[in-house]
Design a binder for this molecule. Structure first.
Ligand SMILES: NC(=O)c1ccc[n+]([C@@H]2O[C@H](COP(=O)([O-])OP(=O)(O)OC[C@H]3O[C@@H](n4cnc5c(N)ncnc54)[C@H](OP(=O)(O)O)[C@@H]3O)[C@@H](O)[C@H]2O)c1
Length: 301
């Protein structure tokens, strides 16, 4: 069975509904051989969508080392507005100050190109959901358009959340939106549809709700709290009669890809067995419509 695909909105790119989120590769201390095997297994499994960011530590450098030679096999998305020039491997996901000046936007793109040994990024997304006012203050979109005209990137996107997302969609400049969504985090369900109806590609993060198990000890406290809250929501909802042999992870992933307007979900893992399980789950496609509807009803109750 192969992975289902969709068209990433007006980018026209065909992407697998299961993508790979490379945030888990932020440590510079990961064994290069293991990272090599993992990222090549991602591509060998048929996944053709990879998301990373300048502020995921060593993630971009791992991608450059392991799979730059297979660059034509994946749609490569990174971000901008993040701190630039930080030591690779500096731990932790986003959270440090983001700056949307033209200089910092350009510096991020140039750095991503160098780190990932490529001459083009398929998509560059403004990170941490800046408001249209923040972007306008620095003329940040114009810088990405200049970089696109120079051939350094192909499409422009934004990592968007409420309350700014409707205004970001209304700007009409974004080819793709990165939005959180899962069975236990449905706040953006309608906004995903709005983004797709406006012609944007929709890239879902949080699609397996961070794997459901207890958050890792090295996560920042606010992430741990968020994960525990989602887990509680999951535990409070009895799905046992809906699982029909599926693991909870498979159920969560297939719930996410059941959203009719989601184009790809970028699930992160550095465990090859989890990667294989996610590929198998996504290959089974969306949940049957009545199960998706019933799960939504129970999570809403
Ligand atoms: N735009 C933003 O602001 C933003 C913020 C956060 C993330 N992102 C992007 O979104 C991607 C996804 O991040 P996320 O926060 O949404 O996390 P996620 O992909 O929902 O979950 C990742 C976690 O789930 C675990 N996991 C994955 N598959 C599993 C399986 N089959 N069984 C058990 N555990 C499993 C992973 O641990 P193992 O390594 O042990 O498998 C990891 O701890 C990131 O990589 C990044 O590219 C963007």
């Amino acid at each position: 069975m192969s992975l289902p695909t969709s068209t990433l909105g007006r980018t026209g790119a065909t992407v697998t509904k299961l993508g790979y989120g490379a945030m888990e590769l932020r440590s510079s201390r990961l064994d290069p051989g293991e990272v090599n095997r993992l990222l090549n297994a991602v591509l060998d499994s048929g996944i053709n969508m990879i998301d990373t960011s300048p502020d995921y530590g060593a993630s971009e450098e791992h991608i450059g080392r392991a799979i730059a030679h297979r660059r034509d096999e994946y749609f490569l998305a990174s971000k901008c507005g993040c701190p630039v020039g930080e030591t690779a491997g500096a731990d932790g996901p986003a959270g440090r100050e983001h700056v949307f000046t033209r200089e910092n936007v350009r510096a991020a793109v140039e750095q991503s190109l160098t780190r990932m040994h490529t001459d083009r990024l398929d998509l560059v997304q403004f990170h941490i959901s800046p408001s249209p006012e923040t972007l306008a203050e620095h003329d940040a979109v114009a810088e990405l358009i200049d970089l696109r005209d120079e051939g350094k990137l192909r499409f422009i996107g934004i990592s968007g959340t409420l309350p700014h997302l409707p205004d970001q969609i209304a700007m009409g400049v974004f080819d793709a939106f990165q939005i959180p969504y899962s069975a236990v985090e449905r706040e953006h369900e309608e906004a995903i549809t709005a983004a797709a109806q406006a012609g944007g590609g929709t890239i879902i993060r949080g699609g397996v709700a961070r794997g459901l198990p207890e958050p890792r000890a090295d996560y920042p406290e606010r992430y741990k709290d968020m994960i525990r809250a989602r887990n509680e929501r999951f535990e409070e909802t009895d799905l046992s009669d809906l699982l029909d042999g599926m693991s909870e992870m498979e159920f969560m992933l297939r719930f996410t890809i059941s959203h009719p307007d989601m184009h790809t979900t970028i699930v992160g893992t550095k465990n090859p067995d989890h990667l294989a399980a996610n590929v198998a789950a996504a290959s089974n496609g969306p949940l049957p419509p009545q199960i998706y509807a019933e799960a939504k009803r129970r999570f809403a109750a």
